[in-house]
Design a protein around this ligand. Structure first.
Ligand code: HEM
Length: 555
């Protein structure tokens, strides 16, 4: 038996451990064995040293009498760095309210992983694609496990399965079997005509605003548009958001938006705050109850094109809306989604659907007025595709529109609306770069900062859709660009979101010219919302009277 002494550089010398390496027949085997012993997540990054000299073969190690030093990616193992905080509040005032700007500053100061604590909760953040991949791959090292440090903890709901539940919960497996087929590429295509109708139904309102010469608040109207569409497709409900210019927002999206805003507050104010029997925690409880009752009502009244049960994939293509699908879809054993999961899962998917898409649509409108030339290029592509005001835009059509595709991709890179998704360490472990993480630590993959990481993206601040044509970007590592996260717990609504955004842009840009309000197109993000959405963004729309001629290549 070949037992050798190993120690982690960075730990005290008397921490050396005896490891039996007799099974190792190659240097890579040895790294695997030692990696497994110390929970070094990526053993390929291990370096061995004997008497301060790097060893790259097995033989000197099997022959060594003395202890063998271990480094990870050339680093000693180390605690994750971060700013020291104040008593009780921790780093709160260092991070908020401008969390995007301040976290960027912290990445610049501390490197690809740092930690902060707010009101007693500690989170770790990364902008590194390799660490993102590790965190998002459900494994013995990481899982979506919503513990008290996790930002979703105040609204955790195991029955929902998706989004607000732990991967290890049986509810996630059940809901994740039934819900994704309803939002798969084919299923979503069959909702394209509904998406067209939703956006054309908004035209009388934008026409009237044009006639009045009024600028409008982009987020407010995009929230109406996207939540109205989600209401139709998910719940089979008509929210009447474009019945008039001032039609109020339906109570359901209003309640979900409020719930998210309160959750942001609760998750940053500390555990004690969420236990108050009054104020925000009470409001959160009431909102949850209200939304629950409303969705339960939709389940009872949702319009259906039939009554028979259908196998999952069939149901996804034949259903009138997602609730209709969920009440009729059966798995291969003839079983349905349990009723107890249905309401919670629908609430979560509905909320996840419109809060994100309203932000994305708002940023897409922002780009039309803020980034010169974009509107003209997009319109030209539509004209070249021979779209007219009457065209019912289909998934097949938008697949032929590369400018539209890269405009949306680049917008999701620079202005990504998403939650900062968190994953929990399932064991004490050592990350690439030698960072030590304790079991239970929550690692947030900072999507905005990953997409703005200069080690990954050239001139990351520059909005440049044409970068998507370059070999560098085409051949990128898959976790360098992850607006919908990655792995088993990634977004299941991305087909929906992208098709909706493309259809809406085609219809809106073909019909209207967008102009900024004021001298400069400026939009600030809302630091108090859990998603990244613009506030104070006003634009004017003018009905187009003339369209460009088709370009030479399209004739
Ligand atoms: C621009 C639009 C969207 C963005 C940027 C986005 C982003 C994301 C991200 C980052 C996650 C992972 C969250 C986490 O790991 O904690 C997620 C999950 C999820 N998204 Fe989306 N999403 C979008 C649209 C939608 C739409 C339209 C729907 C539904 C109609 C939807 C439904 C979901 C659901 C149900 C999950 C949870 C999946 C699970 O837990 O397994 N999303 N989304």
């Amino acid at each position: 038996m070949a037992v050798k002494k190993f120690f982690l550089v960075g730990e005290s010398a008397d921490s050396a451990e005896s490891i039996d390496i007799s099974q190792a027949t190659s240097f890579d085997d040895l790294k695997g064995l030692v990696g497994a012993y110390y929970a070094i997540v990526q053993p390929s990054g291990i370096n061995f040293e004997i008497n301060d000299t790097e060893v790259t073969e097995l033989e000197p190690i099997t022959a060594s009498e003395g202890p063998i030093a271990i480094l990870v990616d050339g680093h000693s193992v180390r605690e994750v760095p971060g700013p020291s905080g104040l008593p009780i509040v921790g780093n709160y005032f260092e991070v908020y309210p401008d969390h995007l700007g301040n976290n960027q500053r912290l990445f610049e100061k501390y490197g690809p992983v740092f930690k902060t604590s707010n009101m007693g909760k500690t989170v770790y953040q990364t902008n590194d694609p390799t660490i993102a991949q590790i965190a998002f791959s459900e494994s013995e090292f990481f899982s979506k496990d919503i513990n008290e440090d996790h930002p979703l903890y105040p609204i955790k709901n195991d029955l929902a399965g998706v989004f607000l539940g732990d991967t290890k919960s049986p509810n996630w497996k059940i809901v994740h079997k039934y819900l994704p087929p309803a939002l798969g590429p084919k299923a979503v295509r069959h909702y394209a005509p509904v998406m067209n109708k939703c956006v054309t139904d908004s035209f009388p309102v934008f026409d009237e605003l044009d006639d009045r010469g009024e600028a409008w608040n982009v987020y407010q109207y995009m929230l109406k548009l996207s939540s109205g569409t989600v209401g139709k497709i998910m719940l089979g409900k008509d929210f009447g958001h474009f019945d008039s210019v001032d039609a109020p927002l339906s109570k359901i999206p209003l309640a979900v938006a409020e719930l998210l805003a309160i959750n942001k507050k609760l998750s940053t104010h500390g555990e004690w705050y969420s236990h108050l029997p009054f104020g925000d925690p009470k409001k959160l409880k009431n909102l949850n109850q209200f939304i629950n009752d409303e969705i339960a009502d939709s389940v009872k009244t949702a319009k259906s094109s039939g009554t028979e049960d259908l196998p999952l994939q069939d149901a996804a293509l034949k259903a009138d809306n997602v609730i209709d699908y969920l009440v009729r879809a059966t798995d291969q054993n003839g079983e349905q989604l349990p009723r107890q999961n249905l309401v919670s899962a629908t609430i979560v998917a509905t909320g996840a659907g419109f809060t994100t898409t309203s932000s994305l649509l708002s940023w897409l409108i922002y780009g039309l007025v803020a980034y010169p030339g974009m509107q003209a290029r997009l319109l030209q592509e539509m004209v070249d595709m021979k779209l007219t005001g009457d065209t019912v835009v289909t998934a097949e059509m938008v697949e032929e529109m590369p400018m539209l595709d890269k405009y949306i991709k680049e917008m999701q890179r620079v202005h990504n609306p998403s939650y900062q998704p968190g994953r929990t360490a399932m064991t004490d472990l050592i990350l690439p770069g030698g960072y030590k993480l304790k079991k239970g630590s929550v690692m947030i993959v900072a999507l905005h900062h990953l997409h703005m990481n200069p080690a990954v993206w050239d001139s990351p601040q520059k909005f440049d859709p044409d970068r998507w044509d370059t070999e560098k970007v085409k051949n990128r590592k898959k976790t360098e660009y992850i607006p919908f996260a990655f792995g088993q717990r990634m977004c299941i609504g991305f087909n929906f979101a992208l098709l909706e955004a493309k259809i809406f842009l085609c219809k809106l840009i073909w019909k209207y010219h967008f102009e900024q309000e004021g001298d400069e197109a400026s939009a600030e993000y809302d630091p108090f919302f859990q998603l990244i959405r613009p506030i104070n963004l006003y634009v004017r729309t003018q009905k187009r009277q003339v369209w460009p001629s088709p370009s030479d290549s399209a004739q």
